[in-house]
Design a binder for this molecule. Structure first.
Ligand SMILES: NC(=O)c1ccc[n+]([C@@H]2O[C@H](COP(=O)([O-])OP(=O)(O)OC[C@H]3O[C@@H](n4cnc5c(N)ncnc54)[C@H](O)[C@@H]3O)[C@@H](O)[C@H]2O)c1
Length: 322
């Protein structure tokens, strides 16, 4: 069983929400070197405060789409494993649909070309539950059809198909992890690409009302970011995951009404909510079947929503982000 201990690892999008937690965990697990390539489209230096304390953490402010850039970083740093975490958040689909789609495909393309020529050994590629579109049955296993409803999701689904087919035809060392909705510290809290949890808490703190789109009965499967990071590491360690797509979720769904109520309870808010139109292209229901993650990775989510939301909002308060 391969271990991350002693390996030279590269994380694309390592200054982002999930990627920065992954960098911390890789360093804590004894990776020889953790190299982050992030163009800081949404990444933040603050997310790297812990990682930057390690001498073996190396940061490149660069574009992971660029073949030449990635080739020289991978060669120079003698990278063995790549975790592909870079993307531009779903809501970008509404501002720049072409780029929201292409960024996912182009980064995957670059990483595949480099894997094909043996520049590094293993790719752990990150997909998204959004690739499925709304649930036709629930919980959704990995055989559920993909039917993306946004350019972001289409880019994720297209990248997955490319990565999956390369792994089969060229027998490349690749696992594809498909996380459901992540939450936790460091999720972006600013502007139109903010996560719903920090954005709602911030509105309440600033005297505004929580906003709900549509009837609020749409569901998501929320997984705490540290659980996702553990699943990603397991995907590297368990070679049985190679050539497979594997869901990572809590296995439980929650309505957006319940999510907002949880935030209101934490913030001590019992006022009115602002109701807006249902967002175009919003997926109606998502809930993960995590049997494959259990069987192949030995994965079990550890953080309950009650604990996770408290840890998350405590962090935003302590860091004065909300
Ligand atoms: N957050 C979620 O709920 C969720 C759910 C399912 C899947 N995912 C997937 O997990 C991964 C990480 O998501 P996240 O929530 O941490 O997103 P994020 O936006 O917080 O982080 C993505 C990072 O990628 C960087 N980036 C964007 N374009 C880049 C480029 N061309 N070159 C280098 N870096 C670039 C951004 O600056 C950012 O730091 C993504 O693949 C995403 O699709 C996330």
């Amino acid at each position: 069983m391969p271990s991350i201990n002693g390996k030279n690892v590269l994380v694309t999008g390592g200054a982002g929400f999930i990627g920065s937690h992954l960098c911390d965990e890789l360093l804590a697990e004894g990776a020889a070197k953790v190299v982050c390539v992030d163009n800081f489209f949404l990444g933040k230096m603050d997310n790297l405060k812990t990682a930057l304390k390690y001498n073996n953490f190396i940061l490149y402010r660069d574009d992971a789409r660029q073949f030449g850039v990635m080739q020289s970083v991978i060669e120079k740093e003698q990278i063995e494993v790549v975790f592909n975490m870079a993307t531009i958040a779903l809501n970008y689909s509404f501002f720049n649909p072409f780029d929201a789609y292409m960024v996912n495909v182009e980064i995957a393309n670059t990483l595949l070309e480099l894997l094909k020529v043996g520049a590094y050994r293993t790719l752990i590629h990150t997909s998204s539950s959004e690739a499925y579109g709304t649930a036709r049955y629930s919980p959704m296993d990995e055989n559920h059809p993909t039917d993306p409803t946004t350019p972001y999701a289409a880019g994720k689904a297209a990248a997955d198909m490319m990565v999956h087919s390369f792994s089969k035809i060229l027998d490349l060392d690749i696992s594809i992890i498909r996380p459901f909705n992540n939450y936790g510290p460091r999720q972006n809290a600013e502007g139109p690409l903010a996560g719903i949890i920090p954005a709602t808490a911030k509105r309440i703190k600033n005297g505004g009302r929580p906003i709900i789109n549509g009837d609020g009965e749409q569901t998501r499967d929320f997984i705490y970011v540290k659980d996702t990071v553990r699943g990603l590491l397991l995907a590297y360690e368990k070679e049985e995951s190679r050539g497979k797509i594997i869901n990572l979720g809590s296995g439980k769904d929650m309505t957006m009404n319940s999510l907002l109520q949880g935030i209101c309870d934490y913030m001590g808010y019992d006022g009115k909510w602002e109701h807006k139109e249902e967002r175009i292209s919003d997926v109606r229901n998502l809930c993960a079947n995590i049997d494959r993650a259990r069987n192949v990775l030995g994965f079990e989510p550890e953080i309950s929503f009650e604990t996770g939301i408290r840890k998350t909002l405590d962090w935003y308060m302590e860091n004065e982000i909300i």
